[in-house]
Every structure is written in C-alpha cells, then in structure tokens.
Design a protein around this ligand. Structure first.
Ligand SMILES: Nc1ncnc2c1ncn2[C@@H]1O[C@H](COP(=O)(O)OP(=O)(O)OP(=O)(O)O)[C@@H](O)[C@H]1O
Ligand SMILES: *[C@@H]1O[C@H](CO)[C@@H](O)[C@H](O)[C@H]1NC(C)=O
Ligand SMILES: *[C@@H]1O[C@H](CO)[C@@H](O)[C@H](O)[C@H]1NC(C)=O
Ligand SMILES: *[C@@H]1O[C@H](CO)[C@@H](O)[C@H](O)[C@H]1NC(C)=O
Length: 456
C-alpha cells in the first residue's frame, strides 16, 4: 500500500510541477513576445524557434500521429482491435486534432470522430508495454492450437472481474457489469474471443481510469462517457475542463463549438452568474450521487477545478479519477502508522491519528462536500468576486453557508452534510429564480418601450 501511495504521490507532484512550469514558461514567452513585437521580425522568429524546441519534449503533433500510426499498424497485423479501429485506421473517420499530454504522463489527445470531438487516452504509448493476458502465452505455445476454443466468454469475464475487483477494491456483481463491459458478444452462443480482442481488453483493464469509467458508465452521468476503443487507446467524450490559473471557471477553447464569452463567469456578472449557480448545483448533485447512489461511498481525493469538466448542459463531470476511491480502498489507503494527524493526510482525504494505537483512523474525517466548498465554492462566492452584489441578502446567506460547509471542524456527519447540501441547493435555486424574475421584468420594460432608442 505504502509503495503505491508513494507512487501516486510522486506522479501527482511531478504533474503539478510540470503544469506550474509550463504555466511559467507560457507567461514568460507571452511577455517576451510583447517586448519583441516592437523589435525585429528576425529576432522574433529566432525566439519562436527556441520556444518550439522547449516544448518539443512535452507534446508534439508528430509524436502523437506516430503513436496513432503504430496503433493502426498493429491493428492491421491483427495484434490489437476495438470498435474504434476501423474508423481510425481504415475509414479515416477519426481525425487527430491536437495533443493534451505531458511527457512521462498519460497520452491524451483530442480528435474528431465523425464530427464529434473526443479525447483519446492511454496510460502508456505502446501496446507492447502492457502486461499480456495470462492465457495468451499459453495459447501461443505450439501444439496447443485447440485451447483457444476452450477459453469461454465466461472465463474471460471472470478473469476480467477479478482484475476490476483488484483495481477498484470492490466486489463487482458479475451479472451487472457483464453486458456493460464486454458488449453483446458474450450472450451469443459459441462466441470465441480472438487474441487481439483479449489482448486489447487486457491492456485497457490495466488502466485504472478506464476500468473506473467503464464500471460507472451506466450508473453515473458525473463521469466521462467512454465512446469506444482501439487497442490500448480509449476515447471519451470531449469536455470543457476547469482552469485554476485564470479567473474563468470553465473557459472554452476553439474546438468545442461553444460560445466562449458565455463561460467567463466573472466578466459579465448577472448573466453568467446563473451559469455558475447551475454548475454549483450540479456539483451538489454529484456529491449526493457519489455519497448515496453506489453500494460504497466514492471519495474524491484530488479536488480542484482542473479535475472537473462540464458538458454543454452544465453537468459537472469528474475527469481525473486517478484519485477517486470507493470506501474499502479508501480505508486501506488511510490506515497507516502515524505519530500525529499530519501522517493521516492523503491529499484531500484526511483522517485522525489514534495516538494509542499509532494508527490512522480508517474512516475519512472530512468529506467531498467539505473540500468542494473550500476549494471550489469559496472562491466562486467570495465577496471580492461578487463586488457590489456581495451585500445582497441571498448572497450573504450563500457565503455564510459555504463558509460553514468548508470549515466544519471534525468533518460533516452524514445528516449534517445532507442538511448543509440542502441549504446550499435551496439558496442557489433561489438565486436562479430571482435572476429569472429580474430578466423577465427587464424584458417586460424593454417590450413596453420598444422605440426608446429612436425617440430623439
Ligand atoms: N474528457 C476530456 N475533455 C477535455 N479535456 C480533457 C478530458 N480529459 C482530460 N482532459 C485534459 O487533458 C489533460 C490530461 O488529462 P488527464 O487529467 O486525464 O491526465 P493526467 O495525466 O491524469 O493529468 P493530471 O496531471 O491532471 O493528473 C488535462 O489537462 C485535462 O484537462
Ligand atoms: C514505443 O515503440 C517505439 C517503436 O517501437 C519505440 O521507438 C519507443 O521507444 C517505444 N516507447 C516506449 C515508451 O516504450
Ligand atoms: C446472476 O444472475 C443469476 C440468474 O439471473 C442469479 O441466479 C445469480 O445469483 C446472479 N449472480 C449474482 C452474483 O448476482
Ligand atoms: C506499522 O507499525 C507496526 C508496529 O507497530 C509495524 O509492524 C509495521 O511494519 C509498520 N508498518 C509500516 C508500513 O511501517
């Protein structure tokens, strides 16, 4: 446990550093750009060359394209397969757009699939880097040609279920996950998995994020939809992720086709505050859902705007699920030796140190709601952001509710958490109603005096 915890810690820290670093680099290069704009074009071109070289080991289109090309070569050789392969490799219906990944991390790229933007992901770039399916070696040995027939779909499902159980720390009900996980084929009598199918399935199952998303696909609309896969790459719906470094809560870039200005919550108060309130309501819905709708409570241990995204309908979606754990696994992670409470912090999931037993309490002390209030709601609803609106009664009440939610000592017990959630939800709904009424009144005034602008 220690080891894996450490691994998670290190990678997350590294990623954080990388993001921080590339942010600095970005800021610096825009500054330089501004200065040199008045200088010579030659100098500017030189700088851009340096700039490009600095980024070359981060993420390039060439590298991404060659990764995808290798996937397709292996598909054509029959090494791997998946429902996206034909569109990607033969039909040309999957068009690479740009990459989102950092070196050493997951490979993440944006593509266009039959006109729909999707994100292609894989933890490792090469198919061969994943552990092969245990049975395959056995099948490969000469003189064992008949064995493949004996590997029934049920065997595969049982193996896969064990793998999932292992990865999520859950008892997975085989009946429930069977059709979701392996498609319709399982039900067909006499179906035999090809080696490519087994190998691809196995590569996917080694990616905790894929497993997690797959299991929750039909159970939750607060996780990204997996739309297909080819080999070790899986495609999820493209979403608009939050940013920490600018003041736009969820700003949109080009390819999403959404109206950019409308997401900038702080730029146009009044109109766009509604969006913030709707998004906040969806956060509350997600909290309730993760707490009450699964057989185990789902803990989010890395809560920050970048790890959430929104759909067009403003549903909040958890996109970085590397730090999402169901209760049994959470207890495993928290149960560590300790000398003080400080030893019992696992990112945003904390528990208390029992100084007699020198062990951390396996029950998490804080809650998803509490951390969301602290790290997401508090900045959104702070008086400085609201400006002149901060003094309005509903706003004041909302601020105090958020404050209370974020600061509750010793965490929120279930009942109290529910009460806070309901209070926040009621206030947000009121604010939306108030704003709708205001808009209607304005509309009314405008339509009452249709020619005011022309009355001169
Ligand atoms: N479905 C999606 N739609 C749009 N952007 C996404 C989506 N999934 C991930 N991203 C973006 O791609 C980047 C990397 O994705 P992801 O978070 O899965 O990788 P990671 O290596 O776990 O990153 P992190 O450093 O946050 O842990 C992130 O900046 C995220 O905003
Ligand atoms: C992936 O495969 C390519 C070609 O076989 C190789 O050049 C590259 O180093 C491999 N990458 C990793 C991370 O193994
Ligand atoms: C799966 O379904 C069968 C019949 O539909 C049932 O008998 C069995 O108990 C179920 N298994 C689980 C683990 O729910
Ligand atoms: C925790 O402490 C116990 C003794 O109190 C020791 O046996 C065990 O190895 C320790 N575990 C770790 C992970 O340090």
């Amino acid at each position: 446990m220690r080891e894996s915890q450490c691994r998670v810690l290190c990678t997350a820290r590294k990623c954080g550093l990388l993001k921080w670093f590339s942010l600095k680099v970005c800021k610096r290069s825009t500054f330089l750009f501004a200065v040199l704009w008045f200088g010579s074009w030659l100098l500017l071109n030189g700088l851009l060359l340096v700039h490009r070289n600095m980024f070359s080991d981060v993420c390039t289109d060439d590298k991404s394209r060659s990764i995808l090309q290798r996937v397709c070569e292996e598909y054509q050789q029959g090494v791997l397969t998946g429902d996206l392969c034909e569109d990607l490799c033969i039909g040309g219906n999957v068009e690479y757009k740009r990459c989102l990944y950092y070196e050493n991390g997951k490979k993440v790229m944006v593509a266009d699939w039959r006109g729909i933007p999707v994100v292609l992901k894989s933890k490792l770039e090469n198919f061969s880097s994943y552990e092969p399916f245990g049975f395959l070696d056995y099948l490969d040995t000469p003189g064992n040609t008949g064995v493949q027939e004996e590997l029934t779909p049920l065997d595969v499902v049982l193996y896969a279920t064990l793998e999932i159980k292992n990865s999520l720390g859950l008892e997975i009900n085989v009946n429930m996950s069977l059709p979701q996980l392996w498609g319709q084929h399982v039900r067909e009598q006499g179906w035999v998995y090809s080696q490519a199918e087994l190998a691809s399935l196995w590569a996917l199952l080694q990616q905790e994020e894929y497993t997690f998303l797959r299991v929750l696909q039909d159970l939750s609309h607060h996780v990204a939809k997996v739309v297909g896969s080819c080999g070790h790459f899986y495609a999820v719906e493209y979403l608009v992720a939050g940013h920490a470094w600018d003041q736009n809560i969820f700003s949109v870039d080009d390819s999403s086709g959404l109206d950019q200005t409308s997401w900038n919550g702080y730029r146009k108060p009044g109109v766009d505050r509604d969006r913030i309130h709707r998004i906040a309501l969806s956060f509350l819905d997600m909290v309730e859902h993760f707490e009450e709708d699964f057989s185990h409570h789902l803990h989010l241990c890395d809560i920050k705007p970048e790890n959430f995204a929104i759909r067009k309908d403003l549903t909040v979606v958890a996109i970085d699920v590397d730090m999402a754990f169901f209760e049994p696994k959470m207890q495993d992670i928290l149960e560590q030796n300790c000398t003080s409470d400080r030893d019992c912090n696992f990112f945003d999931c904390v528990s208390k140190c029992d100084t007699h037993k020198r062990k951390c309490d396996s029950k998490r002390k804080n809650s998803n709601l509490q951390v969301i209030c602290e790290k997401i709601f508090r900045p959104w609803f702070s008086p400085t952001v609201l400006g002149s609106k901060a003094g309005l009664p509903l706003q004041v009440e909302l601020q105090s509710a958020v404050q209370e939610c974020a600061e509750t000592e010793g965490g929120l017990d279930i009942e109290y958490g529910r009460a806070i959630r309901q209070r926040l939800s009621r206030l947000l709904t009121h604010l939306l109603q108030e704003s709708a009424a205001n808009k209607q009144a304005q509309e009314h005034i405008r339509s009452g005096y249709p020619h005011t602008a022309l009355n001169f």
